[in-house]
Ligand binder design. Structure first.
Ligand code: ZN
Length: 441
């Protein structure tokens, strides 16, 4: 996520958050978002029902279920399929978690980041003012989610600890940041650093490369792409169409600047091309966060998959139209990192509209799970929220959204990503079991 959510969640930075206790993070977000005061009030009676002090209750796993129940009560709609017992009794809660895990035990998080590099970021030395603005934003997020050193804690080691060991994530697909103009001529997250994630956990990670910016020169861009494949055996791309060059941005359907990249991808056997769409943050121009350039590109490169990260939110309707009106299209995907996280606890009506629109128009075979962690800390609260999330009858009926079935959840949480990246599910699951065993040994 790349916008200041702390301005939407009042007082989040003062809530107690242990980075390894995801429930507490989720509860804090419910209690500080748009419905925060009403939810917070309801936590009193729910703590009483569980026979616990408010303080202990909020810090416990019951608190998160209680917050979801409270959101249902405040809105008068059933956004979360949570029973009252799960908010009052630890055995009932444990049982519910085991049931949910059994029903969707394979989780591929398509949108994850490390956010540091050797030498880190120093203003005036290797980072411009614009670059520092982004680092500070991420620093504050990290601190709010219990990482005392901000981005310095969003490192390779903690990637393994929080995403792979302490959450139900089976496979993390990690995403780069480029913007070299702002970071002393080096990618913000250089591939030499982020490859450490894959080296440590080869069976539980997929590496995407980025920082390809054709405004820096098409020839140089193609050279970098070939180097990524030759030296790092990357599994796809995650790009940004706004950039930090004087031209400010580019389009996927630019036949001179972009098509040579896609032609090279075809030659190199790279199939999955992602792009940040939506969430127009910081100094970047919103026009490049729109997704209309996916239209011609998807038609002209039918053998490549194009993935709109963030599902282009808040322009998700534009994205949905590229498939809703063109149902023949088979290579357009969307990913819900930060989009789900930013809306589910504070604006569930909006969350249901976004997820409903994507499932209805893009289709349940083309929606990919992502959390944008470590930017949101430990992703487990998001996984639990999604396992419980439902589109209320009122909204489903009025807008033609599908109700979310267990099969849809399995597809979105893991099976769609496993299909397009050819992930060996059995190998990933058994490596994950080993990781969890050592984490708890
Ligand atoms: Zn991201």
């Amino acid at each position: 996520m790349e916008f200041n959510i702390l301005s939407h969640f009042k007082g989040l930075e003062e809530m107690p958050t242990d980075p390894l206790k995801a429930d507490e993070i989720g509860t804090s977000l419910f209690m500080t978002g748009g419905m925060g005061p009403q939810i917070s009030k309801k936590m009193d009676e729910k703590a009483k029902a569980a026979g616990m002090s408010r303080r202990n209750f909020i810090k416990s796993s019951l608190g998160f279920s209680a917050a979801m129940l409270a959101a249902n009560e405040v809105t008068g709609m059933k956004f979360f399929e949570v029973g009252a017992a799960e908010a009052a009794d630890f055995d009932a809660k444990k049982e519910a978690i085991q049931l949910a895990q059994g029903s969707s035990d394979f989780v591929v998080d398509v949108h994850t980041h490390v956010c540091t590099r050797p030498g880190h970021y120093q203003l005036g030395v290797n980072t411009s003012e614009r670059g520092m603005w982004f680092v500070e934003l991420l620093d504050n997020l990290g601190k709010a989610f219990g990482m005392p050193n901000g981005t310095r804690d969003m490192n390779v080691e903690n990637y393994g600890k929080m995403i792979l060991k302490e959450s139900d994530t089976t496979v993390g697909v990690f995403n780069p940041f480029g913007f070299r103009e702002d970071y002393g001529g080096q990618d913000m997250i250089p591939i030499e650093y982020q490859v450490g994630v894959r080296n440590n956990w080869p069976n539980n990670t997929v590496m995407l490369a980025g920082g390809l910016t054709p405004n820096q020169g098409v020839g140089a861009t193609l050279d970098r792409l070939r180097q990524y494949v030759d030296d790092y055996q990357i599994s796809g791309l995650k790009l940004y169409t706004f950039d930090s060059t004087p031209q400010k941005g580019w389009w996927f359907d630019d036949e001179k600047r972009a098509y040579p990249i896609w032609e090279e991808c075809q030659k190199l056997g790279l199939k999955n091309i992602g792009c940040h769409k939506g969430i127009p943050f910081g100094q970047f121009y919103a026009r490049y966060a729109h997704c209309e350039d996916f239209d011609a590109t998807a038609d002209d490169f039918l053998d490549l998959n194009f993935i709109a990260f963030h599902s282009a939110w808040p322009y998700h309707n534009e994205l949905a139209a590229l498939k809703g009106f063109k149902p023949q299209r088979k290579n357009l995907y969307c990913e819900i990192g930060s989009t789900f996280a930013a809306t589910v606890t504070s604006r569930p009506v909006e969350c249901a509209h976004v997820i409903g629109t994507l499932l209805r128009d893009i289709g349940p075979d083309y929606v990919l799970w992502g959390t944008d962690s470590l930017l949101w800390g430990n992703p487990q609260w998001q996984i639990e929220a999604f396992r419980n999330f439902q589109i209320p009858d009122e909204l489903a009926e009025g807008h033609g959204y599908p109700k979310i079935t267990p099969e849809m959840r399995r597809k979105v949480l893991g099976e769609n990503a496993a299909r397009i990246w050819n992930i060996d599910k059995q190998r990933a699951m058994s490596a994950k079991a080993d990781l969890v065993a050592t984490a708890h040994a």
